[in-house]
Design a protein around this ligand. Structure first.
Ligand code: ADP
Ligand code: MG
Ligand code: MG
Length: 206
């Protein structure tokens, strides 16, 4: 993926988030405060506005810029978490003008590790990590198996979707949904769904 493709990917993510804003908000209405779709759409709108300023930058700096726009504009729990995600993804791609499958995996792994650290959370707590962690494993397996970047991200998107579905069966122990305890059962976690949508948008653009 060259930088032009990276910009296409970022625009596709923003489009997907805007299109699914209501779904994300409905999901957050059930087990949170009903703002996840609004938060994410506001953040990615700011990202789109910032993109022209990033046109001359390398892939790492572009993603770092995306992360910074998210931190300053998303708000809520997900702002710092997705902000960290993209900033860490960028750190791992410093100076690169192209991203191959191994680069993408390294960047994604570093991003997921950043989310874990920032949110002091692990898989199984009904958060975005329940989409991101299975996605990371699927991507790793695909890359190690010699698959292309598109194949690896598609496998990751599929695993993320399954992971986001499985959050229905998890009692939340992190974030707002944890206030509900067992009443969080039966609902998908909004952040896990947004993570899965982001991966789907990337896979479809590659
Ligand atoms: P808020 O809960 O502050 O309103 P959002 O609604 O935008 O923020 O985001 C909620 C999402 O953030 C949750 O669905 C969950 O996926 C994610 N989240 C919350 N806390 C954590 C955490 N500690 N680690 C990882 N993800 C988290
Ligand atoms: Mg919320
Ligand atoms: Mg909120």
């Amino acid at each position: 993926m060259d930088r032009e493709k990276l910009f296409d990917v970022i625009k596709a993510i923003a489009k997907e988030i805007e299109a699914e804003k209501e779904l994300l908000t409905d999901l957050d209405n059930a087990i949170g405060d009903g703002d996840h779709g609004i938060n994410m759409a506001r953040g990615f709108k700011a990202v789109l506005e910032k993109l022209p300023n990033l046109a001359e930058k390398d892939c790492g700096a572009v993603l770092k810029g995306v992360g910074m726009a998210l931190v300053s504009n998303v708000g809520g729990a997900s702002g710092p978490l997705y902000g960290t995600f993209f900033m860490k993804a960028g750190d791992a791609l410093k100076g690169k003008m192209e991203i191959n499958a191994a680069d993408f995996l390294a960047s994604f792994s570093s991003a997921v590790a950043g989310v874990k650290m920032r949110g002091k959370a692990t898989e199984g707590e009904k958060t975005m990590l329940d989409a991101l962690c299975p996605a990371e494993r699927a991507m790793e397996e695909a890359v190690e198996g010699g698959k292309s970047l598109k194949e690896a991200v598609s496998a990751a998107a599929d695993a993320a979707r399954k992971g986001s579905e499985s959050t229905k069966d998890i009692i939340a122990t992190k974030g707002r949904a944890s206030y509900l305890g067992e009443r969080s059962l039966g609902h998908r976690d909004p952040g896990a769904v947004s993570s899965s949508l982001i991966l789907l948008a990337i896979a479809n653009t590659l």
